[in-house]
Design a protein around this ligand. Structure first.
Ligand code: PMV
Length: 341
């Protein structure tokens, strides 16, 4: 009897140990030029950042449910069919996981652990990176290596819940990494670029903002003054093409100048404010090649493009007026599956 019990206990332990856990990660992003204008189908340029969102997915036993825990938010939520809190900040990753399971055609109870280095709601694409890493990790836990195209498409669906009308640039860069030129109607092009001479210095305005709201505000202005603003949208599209060429030529002085012009355009559509302007001008005065709002604006971060050797000087100047300054660089790697283990 005792021997039998011992055997049973060992079997249970073994089956737990063998339970497949999968990990995936995806980078955050910086839009170098073209945010907001990209929503109306103008081209934009984004790069992946060397900050990543990491997601661990573990199968559970018992009835179907998905437990989502975020280390950053210090929050955990259990999602069961018909008992779903759609207003939870953890709902989009649950939804991304569900979509991945639907695509694969197998639904199992899961625990999803999110641990991200990307500041949330800051213009660095944290929600898209979490969605991308979640989809990839769910695929891996079910033994399927999803294509990058599928990962990006499913993450886009989760982004719709977060932002209402995303352009798709965030999920694309989080999936593919590197530098991309993106256009809604045409997809994206990977830019051949060597970013090693430069750093990206990111400074927080300390003002929270909501991407969906900012996008609605800018679109309302466009529909109020279409004759005035449509030429600006076309100019922003041309600017993105010029910026793409500058990146491929390694001409960072030109890229910086174009970022400055792009910042002026963003101010024109109403997404700047005194705090963001002060950060942008401080960065330029301290020696940045160019500085601008990044992401939806209204708050969040600014990005300054700097020669590597000037990055610390620019960061120091920004630290005097910003609650958080990050010195980052461009990451070539997109989504990475790190499990199953
Ligand atoms: O601030 P973020 O990281 O959510 O970026 C938003 C970029 C926009 O162009 C304003 C919206 C979009 O979906 O492209």
């Amino acid at each position: 009897m005792l021997a039998w019990l011992g055997l049973r206990e060992r079997k249970v332990r073994e089956s737990r140990w063998r339970r497949v856990v999968a990990r995936a990660s995806a980078p955050g992003k910086v839009i170098l030029v073209g945010e907001h204008f990209v929503v109306e189908n103008q081209p934009a340029i984004a790069v992946a950042l060397d900050l990543r969102a990491r997601v661990t997915v573990e199968p559970l036993e018992g009835d179907f449910r998905v437990i989502v825990s975020s280390r950053n938010l210090g929050r955990e939520e259990v999602f069961r069919p018909r008992e779903v809190n759609e207003s939870s900040p953890l709902y989009p990753p649950y939804y991304a996981a569900l979509k991945a399971m639907e695509l694969i055609g197998r639904k199992i109870p899961l625990r999803i652990l999110i641990d991200s280095e990307i500041p949330p709601a800051a213009g660095m694409g944290s929600s898209a990176s979490v969605a991308v890493a979640t989809v990839a990790a769910v695929g891996a836990v079910l033994g399927i290596k999803l294509s990058k195209e599928d990962i990006s498409r499913l993450a886009y669906q989760a982004e719709v819940l977060v932002h209402g009308r995303p352009s798709g640039i965030d999920n694309t860069i989080a999936t593919y990494g590197g530098a991309i030129a993106y256009r809604k109607s045409e997809g994206f092009l990977e830019l051949e670029a060597d970013f090693s001479p430069v750093s990206l210095v990111l400074a927080d305005s300390g003002i929270p903002r909501n991407t969906g709201e900012m996008v609605r505000k800018v679109r309302a202005l466009l529909s109020k003054y279409p004759r005035v603003l449509e030429p600006l949208y076309h100019a922003a599209g041309h600017l993105a093409i010029e910026a793409g060429k500058a990146i491929e030529a390694g001409d960072f002085e030109r890229l910086g100048e174009l970022m400055n012009v792009n910042h002026g355009m963003l101010a024109a559509v109403g997404v700047s404010n005194l705090t963001l302007e002060t950060l942008v001008y401080r960065a330029r005065e301290a020696g940045a090649l160019g500085a601008k709002i990044t992401g939806a604006g209204g708050g969040g971060f600014i990005v300054a493009l700097c020669w590597k050797e000037d990055a610390e000087k620019v960061a120091e100047a920004l630290r005097e007026i910003s609650p958080r300054v990050i010195v980052g660089s461009v990451a070539s790697e997109g989504v990475r599956v790190e499990g199953p283990s």
